[in-house]
Design a binder for this molecule. Structure first.
Ligand code: PEP
Ligand code: CO
Length: 473
């Protein structure tokens, strides 16, 4: 194994890396972060330590994901990406992790059935610990005094309690984040190896949400029929002993997170024996957030040198030409399986903003996968100051994105990106269970954005499946 030198790896001279690029080249591109580590020596120690620790994922897994994304770009697979807005170290527990896998598996099966194609399952987990914030600091009145402290940037950087100690960025948290990502991934890999979910028996699924009074009789009948149908289809394929069933039913998960903290990401970027290129071995698919995708900024500088597939979040204000420049900079050779465009436009903007984006990318002949994130453009705050999202707006964003891609021809919408949890939280309003604003306080545990709960997630999967089947005719 080629071991990176301690500290930020500077050695590039790789045939696939851009001229003059190294994992640490981003440090020459100006301020990368909204936060600063007060102790430079402690930072350097943590980065050195990280750069010597073993990788969390492997280059061959990354290559396999690129291959699967390439197929999705041609309409032969569909991507389901989901998980917490922010993972926390505290919630690195067996129940929480298993429930996240379970909801993703169940949703993916509904989508496999509807789309008649394999689904790439990708968690926002095992490293989703760093959060961009709308402001670098937060002010609160404490004992009658106005106190200003750094915002909470996720457990990889600082801690949530509003005290100077907790909010001071601590580089050792990168080591803790790495360790918790490793523990999470270890458990996920063991569960998958042990046949955690028996995909051939979906009648065992937990479909509690069918019992809710809010569900209309037609919807209940439709969902139950779809679930029976799915059970039958899997049994039939199993009986035939088709090898392709294995590919459908074998549960594999890929990991992803927002690569916000470039100290962490570059320390875990490595070269490996017998393969060209630099790999970010902290996750399979890192993504670039809406707030950090400046063409000449440090994040794009870092991302342009790695081999991983890369997600790019796209908000409603993007100029189509800027999007094209981003795609070009990150994938100058227009390689398949590399670029995943995650639009988070907001239900009110999709019909206006999405078509020119799709058209410009298509006319330029760029290979990309279009994924809809119906969460991040649809945040609202209640009269009581609680951050939430409405199920209806999320659904509308999703349906409109689906329709735009369908109308424009080509392979259509290639995936979806949700903030969700397998727990019964009360963070988003709406859905068949009729969760209202007054219910939000019952079990609101997200430290950042509101997530869909188990029932809301399953309901969305069924509604999306309905659209997909309609489209199939
Ligand atoms: C997120 O995915 O949690 C996030 C912050 O998204 P965006 O960059 O799209 O706002
Ligand atoms: Co979020």
């Amino acid at each position: 194994m080629t071991t990176a030198p301690p500290g930020q790896p500077e050695r590039a001279s790789d045939p696939r890396a851009p001229q003059g690029w190294s994992p640490a080249a981003w440090t020459r591109k100006g301020e990368a972060h909204q936060f600063a580590y007060p102790d430079a020596q402690a930072l350097s120690r943590a980065v050195t330590r990280l750069s010597l620790l073993p990788p969390l994922v492997t280059s061959w897994e990354i290559h396999r994901l690129r291959h699967e994304i390439a197929e999705a770009q041609e309409g032969r697979r569909f991507l389901l990406q989901g998980g917490d807005c922010a993972e926390t170290l505290e919630e690195c527990t067996s129940g929480v992790i298993a429930n996240k896998l379970k909801i993703l598996i169940q949703m993916s099966l509904v989508l496999v059935h509807a789309g008649r194609k394999p689904v790439i399952r990708m968690g926002r987990f095992a490293g989703q610990y760093a959060k961009p914030r709308s402001a670098p600091t937060e002010s609160r009145t404490v004992n009658g005094q106005e106190v200003e402290l750094p915002s909470y940037f996720g457990d990889l950087i600082n801690a949530a309690p509003f005290t100077p100690e907790a909010r001071t960025p601590d580089p050792d948290r990168m080591i803790q984040g790495y360790q918790h990502a490793a523990l999470t991934l270890n458990f996920i890999r063991s569960l998958c190896d042990a046949g955690f979910a028996d995909l051939h028996h979906p009648e065992n699924w937990d479909l509690r949400f069918f019992q809710h009074a809010g569900l209309t009789p037609e919807l209940r009948i439709q969902y139950e029929a779809m679930s029976r149908d799915l059970a039958g289809a899997l049994k039939f394929m199993e009986a035939l002993g088709e090898r392709s069933v294995d590919a459908l039913s074998r549960v594999t998960f890929f990991t992803s997170h927002e690569a916000l903290n470039l100290h962490y990401e570059s320390a875990l970027s490595r070269r490996v024996p017998r393969r060209e290129g630099w790999f970010n071995l902290s996750t399979h698919m890192p993504w670039i957030g809406e707030r950090t995708r400046r063409l000449d900024g440090p994040h794009i500088e870092y991302f342009r040198g790695i081999e991983n597939p890369v997600g790019i979040k796209i908000g409603p204000d993007i100029d189509p030409v800027d999007l094209l420049n981003l795609v070009d900079k990150l994938n100058p050779r227009n390689e398949p399986g590399k670029i995943v465009l995650i639009t988070r436009l907001g239900a009110a903007n999709v019909a206006r903003v999405l078509p020119p984006l799709v058209q410009i990318v298509r006319s330029a002949g760029k290979r990309v996968l279009w994924v809809c994130d119906p969460m991040h453009g649809n945040g609202i705050t209640t009269a009581h100051g609680v951050k939430t999202r409405s199920f209806d707006a999320i659904l509308k964003d999703l349906e409109q994105s689906f329709d735009v891609h369908q109308r424009l021809g080509g392979p259509g919408l290639g995936g979806v990106h949700f903030e969700l949890t397998g727990e019964d939280v009360t963070e988003c309003v709406g859905g068949a269970s009729g969760l209202g604003e007054d219910d939000l306080s019952a079990n609101y545990t997200s430290l950042c954005d509101p997530r869909l709960n188990y029932e809301q997630s399953m309901e969305l999967a069924f509604l999306l499946a309905g659209r997909m089947r309609q489209a199939e005719g």
